[in-house]
Ligand binder design. Structure first.
Ligand SMILES: NC(=O)c1ccc[n+]([C@@H]2O[C@H](COP(=O)([O-])OP(=O)(O)OC[C@H]3O[C@@H](n4cnc5c(N)ncnc54)[C@H](OP(=O)(O)O)[C@@H]3O)[C@@H](O)[C@H]2O)c1
Length: 343
């Protein structure tokens, strides 16, 4: 796909009353039922001293990016055209390489250049693998913030990762260990993949409800925390057997709802909440303040930059975004888009 900048556009202009600083090539969503197209887009001028332009070096195609580009994410404004992308690695005009979290009020990171809020950036040491950082920060952040901010984990506590085979679930196993978990149980529907994830124990979520319930009861009845990336039927089916098999039901079980790949709702019998000390809460944009997220960025960047948290990646050109968008994701591999040419 070819993108030519420096044309005069009028229809983007009302989006940015502060003025247009530049045109750049970007993944542009013009309709919520069509993948983004690589084309020219007018970007706003930095509106205050905390905003700056960066050349984007790498940006991850996370599920959150897809839901934003489809208008389905709960933070979606419904405004079009838009540039998706929630984070990335970029180079400032002074030559510093930084990880950045995109500002909700500015165009996203899937562009050759974008405008960032410098208070949401973290400098990366020389030699950092920018693709790893762009790929891992979002999925790793989900467990990192859950276990540091939502329900701070205490050394030796045990964790069940429900939905451990996806990118965020895989990261959650690594993050839980790094943050001091004594025992980590991974549950997912692909038993072969589960076996290679480094969990202390695994539970295969199968169509055999009785066998799944028995395995959960045996391996995870005594966990302290659940990091739930599934929700829907598998989460509902897991709660009762876990709580029923618990040796002391008045001991707290903190269930942290993070993703909903298996369904947006669950059916929850009221007795579950009366008969055990089950505490359900969510972790995401809104449940935790932006300030708290930003405070956690440097430590997580350090863990990923040093390789202590790692992810499998596939790198594609930003210019090919329309094709890449419609291709099925490779399980356990995060796609990262990079510009054509970078020095
Ligand atoms: N709140 C936050 O801060 C936050 C941050 C990051 C991600 N998330 C959310 O967490 C979820 C996972 O993200 P991700 O990055 O890991 O996505 P991902 O890499 O696409 O992984 C999703 C995985 O879910 C598994 N899956 C799908 N349907 C399932 C089902 N019915 N039962 C069991 N497993 C199922 C698939 O594994 P198999 O094919 O191997 O079974 C797939 O690999 C998404 O909903 C995402 O939006 C939330």
């Amino acid at each position: 796909m070819v993108c030519v900048t420096n044309y005069i556009s009028s229809y983007h202009e009302p989006l940015f009353p502060g003025g247009i600083a530049m045109q750049t090539c970007a993944a542009v969503v013009s309709s919520f039922d069509h993948p983004p197209r690589y084309e020219a887009f007018d970007f706003p001028a930095p509106a205050d001293p905390d905003q700056a332009v960066v050349d984007v070096l790498a940006t991850g195609l996370h599920p959150r990016v897809r839901s934003g580009a489809s208008g389905r994410h709960y933070s979606s404004t419904g405004r079009l055209p838009m540039v998706p992308g929630i984070d990335g690695v970029g180079r400032t005009t002074e030559g510093r390489v930084v990880y950045f979290v995109a500002d909700d009020d500015l165009p996203g990171s899937m562009a050759e250049q974008t405008v960032v809020d410098t208070r949401r950036t973290v400098p990366l040491p020389d030699g950092t693998d920018v693709v790893q950082v762009a790929a891992a920060m979002n999925p790793a952040m989900s467990a990192w913030v859950a276990l540091r901010r939502r329900v701070p984990i205490r050394p030796g506590q045990s964790v069940l990762v429900l939905g451990a085979t996806g990118n965020a679930g895989r990261m959650a196993i690594q993050v839980a260990r790094l943050l001091g978990a004594g025992r980590v149980v991974g549950a997912g529907r692909n038993a072969e993949v589960l076996a290679g994830l480094g969990a202390d124990a695994t539970v295969a979520l199968t169509d055999d409800a009785g066998a799944t319930a028995a395995a959960l009861a045996e391996q995870a009845a005594e966990v302290d925390l659940v990091l739930d990336y599934l929700w829907g039927a598998p989460a509902a089916a897991a709660m009762v057997p876990l709580l029923r098999a618990r040796s002391d039901r008045s001991r707290a079980l903190d269930w942290i709802q993070i993703g909903s790949v298996a369904g947006p709702t669950i059916e929850l019998p009221s007795v579950v909440l009366r008969s055990a000390n089950l505490r359900i809460q969510g972790n995401g944009q809104g449940a935790v303040s932006t300030r708290a997220y930003v405070e956690e960025l440097p430590a997580l960047v350090e863990e990923i930059g040093s390789g202590r948290i790692a992810i499998a990646t596939r790198t594609e050109r930003l210019a090919d975004v329309e094709r890449v968008w419609t291709e099925p994701d490779e399980p356990g591999v995060r796609t990262v888009l990079t510009p054509d040419v970078r020095s």
